[in-house]
Design a protein around this ligand. Structure first.
Ligand SMILES: *[C@@H]1O[C@H](CO)[C@@H](O)[C@H](O)[C@H]1NC(C)=O
Ligand SMILES: *[C@@H]1O[C@H](CO)[C@@H](O)[C@H](O)[C@H]1NC(C)=O
Ligand SMILES: *[C@@H]1O[C@H](CO)[C@@H](O)[C@H](O)[C@H]1NC(C)=O
Ligand SMILES: *[C@@H]1O[C@H](CO)[C@@H](O)[C@H](O)[C@H]1NC(C)=O
Ligand SMILES: *[C@@H]1O[C@H](CO)[C@@H](O)[C@H](O)[C@H]1NC(C)=O
Ligand SMILES: *[C@@H]1O[C@H](CO)[C@@H](O)[C@H](O)[C@H]1NC(C)=O
Ligand SMILES: *[C@@H]1O[C@H](CO)[C@@H](O)[C@H](O)[C@H]1NC(C)=O
Ligand SMILES: *[C@@H]1O[C@H](CO)[C@@H](O)[C@H](O)[C@H]1NC(C)=O
Ligand SMILES: *[C@@H]1O[C@H](CO)[C@@H](O)[C@H](O)[C@H]1NC(C)=O
Length: 714
């Protein structure tokens, strides 16, 4: 008895002590440190900041180093208490310390759902990304997966210094490291989650013929840059992604020699000097590494973005022109298309009673919350559930448990018309908002409404696509409202890619692909595109690649077709003066020093809108005008003349666009020319309009360079 109590007390004591220690990111002033380039010297200097504990009796309250950083910042991550941090504050070279924050993977919060295959574009001219190394920071990956076969992939280039901590790497998957345990040894269960396997195969997976899920959607699964190399830095466990590990992943990746980084991770908006991804990405681009990040999944609400720094390509999510269709057939003969992945072949084509249990105003019943339909007679009926609050698949389970025959899942108004092909547990159809209104109107208009579902399989050529999907986070940016974000959208709805294990319990095939949605899925598409551009133009800087991607994209379209021929659009916004820009954001020189990793002064300051960015955003009151200038570099043919193309300018009503230097006459490659643009708001913008958007385009007759803009009316 006494022993048991003692053990209990000890456990409580340990827990209490351990809880006091938190992982802090500690920033140091490198000019106070050793000037030697030896890592060991630097690490010894870092260690000298760790307070010596006097008691030494209990290991659990000892400060411990978690990571020593060598590239992305001067400093380290350590497990510390508030007292430890206080003790460091007076030491020479200490700048500041802050508790690390958590980032999360950017998939929509739904369980597995499968189906659909990618039918990707053409790669000629970019050698399928040959020789380019794409690094991903994620939950790990699955070396044995067929998507990581190395058929046709050359050995990694000589500059590659990375390593593989488990068996199974090859010329395709050239690096795999686990940074989730303070870099101490690797977890043998790499990627239990699936997220990282999915994102890495989307960016750089090789061809897998005859891939299928649920026995349908058969086809070739392949990533955007099928002959590129892939390196995975595991920074996320199943639950979360620690900032200290993300910084470590980027610290190692820039040294290993990656060309492109893809981070399908994000957290809430913070000033850039407090955001590990922004810090790491700044170092990466200085070393010529392109960085793509997810825009986050908190749409459709305004100012919900992650990863807003202008040196990052911030990627939102669009729909694909492919759907796995189940059509709702109502008793009044109306046909309304929806989606589901699970497509039963034997569903009876007879009309069944149609019910909307939420019509009585009970919110739980309208959402089909677990247990809410227990006392409702839905047996053998088609049941209508509203989207939101609980998981989409859970709603189907509620209906199934209550004896329902099928479910129709309706979008809320804020979800618009974008639907998802989920692996529902019963026959189902997910329909858009307008269809939902039609269904509810029909139900209330007749005494005995009926419906059935028609399963039509995969349909290509959906004309509404690509459209920004509802969950994709929206601007304006909070950290830097003068920069238009997100930069671009890519396919992020119902995307098929590799998965560590079979999720197909229905047909019991061994196929290991999965369909998931999120800006996590769109980000690696753009990282793969960047790899193709890098293969085609090895000398282009990250800013040149970004400008190429942004100025040649179709206005709303970023599906694969849009990339054909994009490699040659030849006039770029390349040089970007980040230090004057950061000064203009009002950051202190110390805060800027933390981002750019050196001592700076704010001799020159520019407003955000003057950063040489390939898009514009501004706010205008009635009668107000604002002028911005840009410098473009000719990366095409020596003699080329660009003029503002009138047919490709779209200007919102009430806005006058005045271009100074409306003709750019280049005579040399890499020549730089400047133009400026005045946005002038006339007084006739309608009262209830709060913003306008448009684009201007430079045309050389042969090429078109598009620059989008957004204007907020105040
Ligand atoms: C990693 O291992 C070293 C040496 O065994 C140890 O000192 C350090 O505390 C470990 N770090 C973590 C985060 O466990
Ligand atoms: C594709 O795979 C299926 C099994 O999933 C198999 O029955 C079929 O023969 C395969 N087709 C080809 C062309 O390999
Ligand atoms: C976002 O802001 C715009 C412009 O102020 C407004 O029209 C729109 O309703 C807002 N959307 C949401 C979802 O809050
Ligand atoms: C609705 O469901 C939630 C979650 O299951 C539950 O906490 C709540 O009590 C329910 N409300 C009603 C009115 O039944
Ligand atoms: C599929 O089967 C596995 C193993 O039998 C089980 O753990 C998992 O929950 C099943 N998944 C679904 C969606 O039923
Ligand atoms: C822009 O505003 C300035 C200051 O109000 C004014 O002098 C100028 O005429 C305006 N330009 C145009 C093109 O309206
Ligand atoms: C560009 O055009 C100018 C004048 O037409 C000509 O003198 C020059 O040789 C041309 N340069 C090239 C590289 O073609
Ligand atoms: C530019 O304008 C032409 C003519 O109206 C049109 O065919 C083309 O699609 C436009 N291109 C873009 C990128 O908007
Ligand atoms: C127009 O071009 C000339 C020559 O390149 C340059 O000196 C001037 O600054 C440019 N004007 C604007 C408004 O950008």
């Amino acid at each position: 008895m006494a022993l048991v109590i003692l053990v209990l007390l000890l456990t409580i004591g340990l827990t209490a002590n351990a809880a006091e220690l938190e992982t802090f990111i500690v920033h140091l002033d490198s000019s106070n440190g050793p000037q030697s380039l030896q890592k060991q010297d630097r690490e010894n200097w870092y260690k000298s900041f760790l307070p010596q504990t006097t008691t030494g009796s209990n290991d659990d309250d000892e400060p411990t180093m978690v990571f020593a950083y060598h590239n992305v910042l001067s400093g380290f991550a350590a497990k510390l208490s508030a007292e430890h941090v206080k003790a460091m504050e007076n030491m020479d070279g200490f700048l500041f310390a802050r508790p690390e924050r958590m980032y999360s993977k950017q998939t929509t919060h739904t369980p597995n759902f499968l189906g659909l295959h990618q039918n990707l574009g053409f790669w000629s001219g970019s050698s399928y990304g040959k020789g380019v190394i794409i690094g991903l920071l994620d939950s790990g990956t699955t070396p044995s997966h067929p998507s990581f076969n190395d058929n046709g992939v050359s050995p990694p280039p000589a500059k590659w210094k990375g390593k593989c901590e488990v068996d199974g790497c090859n010329n395709k998957l050239i690096g795999l490291r686990d940074l989730t345990k303070g870099g101490n040894g690797s977890d043998t269960r790499f990627d239990q989650d699936g997220h990282g396997t999915h994102t890495s195969s989307t960016a750089g997976g090789n061809f897998v013929y005859n891939a299928s899920v649920f026995g349908n959607a058969r086809g070739t699964a392949v990533g955007m840059a099928p002959l590129a190399h892939v390196a995975m830095y595991r920074v996320c466990t199943d639950d979360d992604c620690r900032e200290s590990a993300i910084l470590a992943g980027m610290d190692v990746a820039v040294e290993d020699g990656v060309d492109v980084l893809s981070l399908s991770l994000g957290g809430e908006s913070l000033p850039f000097y407090q955001d590990g991804i922004a810090l790491g990405a700044f170092t990466a681009i200085q070393k010529g590494i392109f960085v793509a990040c997810s825009a986050a999944n908190s749409g459709p609400f305004n100012s919900t973005l992650s990863n807003e720094a202008p040196w990052i390509l911030t990627v939102g999510a669009s729909t694909l022109d492919r759907q796995i269709v189940s059509t709702v057939s109502l008793g009044n003969k109306a046909l309304l298309d929806g989606e589901t992945l699970f497509q039963p072949k034997d569903f009876p084509q007879t009309y069944m009673p149609l019910v909307y249990p939420g019509s009585n105003g009970d919110q739980n019943m309208s959402l089909c919350i677990e247990g809410s339909l227990d006392n409702v007679d839905v047996k053998g009926k088609v049941v209508v559930c509203d989207r939101g609050v609980n998981a989409r698949l859970a709603k189907g389970q509620t209906v199934l448990d209550a004896g329902g025959a099928a479910m129709i899942l309706l979008n809320q108004e804020s979800d618009g018309d974008s639907t998802l092909a989920d692996a529902h547990v019963l026959p189902a159809s997910h329909v858009g908002y307008k269809s939902g209104v039609a269904i509810k109107t029909y139900i209330s208009s007749t005494a005995s409404p009926t419906a059935t579902l028609l399963f039509r399989g995969t349909v290509i050529g959906v004309d509404s696509a690509p459209a920004v999907t509802s969950f994709s986070s929206r601007g304006p940016s909070l950290a830097s409202p003068g920069i238009l974000k997100p930069d671009i959208i890519g396919p992020g709805v119902s995307v098929l890619a590799a998965w560590p294990f079979s999720v197909d319990n229905i047909t019991q095939t061994s196929s290991t692909f999965n369909v998931i949605s999120g800006t996590s899925m769109s980000c690696p598409h753009l990282a793969g595109i960047a790899a193709l551009l890098k293969a085609a133009h090895p000398l282009w800087s990250p800013a040149a690649i970004k400008s190429a991607i942004m100025t040649t994209a179709y206005q709303v379209s970023l599906n694969d077709k849009a990339y054909r021929g994009r490699k040659r659009a030849p006039c770029r916004h390349i040089r970007q003066d980040y230090i004057p820009y950061l000064c203009g954001l009002g950051y202190t020189t110390q805060e800027i020093g933390i981002i750019v990793n050196k001592k700076v002064s704010c001799l020159k300051t520019i407003p955000e809108g003057q950063l040489n960015y390939p898009s514009f955003t501004t706010t205008l009151a009635k009668g107000e005008n604002k002028t911005y200038s840009r410098t473009v570099t000719n990366v095409g043919e020596a003699n080329s003349t660009y003029t503002i193309s009138v047919t490709n300018v779209s200007i919102p009503k009430g806005i006058e666009l005045i271009v100074h230097n409306a003709t750019l006459r280049f005579t040399e490659v890499n020549q730089k020319l400047s133009y400026s643009l005045t946005f002038n708001r006339n007084s006739d913008v309608e009262g209830d309009v709060s913003f306008g958007e448009g684009a201007m385009a430079w045309s050389s007759g042969k090429y078109l360079v598009r620059t989008p803009f957004a204007i907020m009316y105040t």
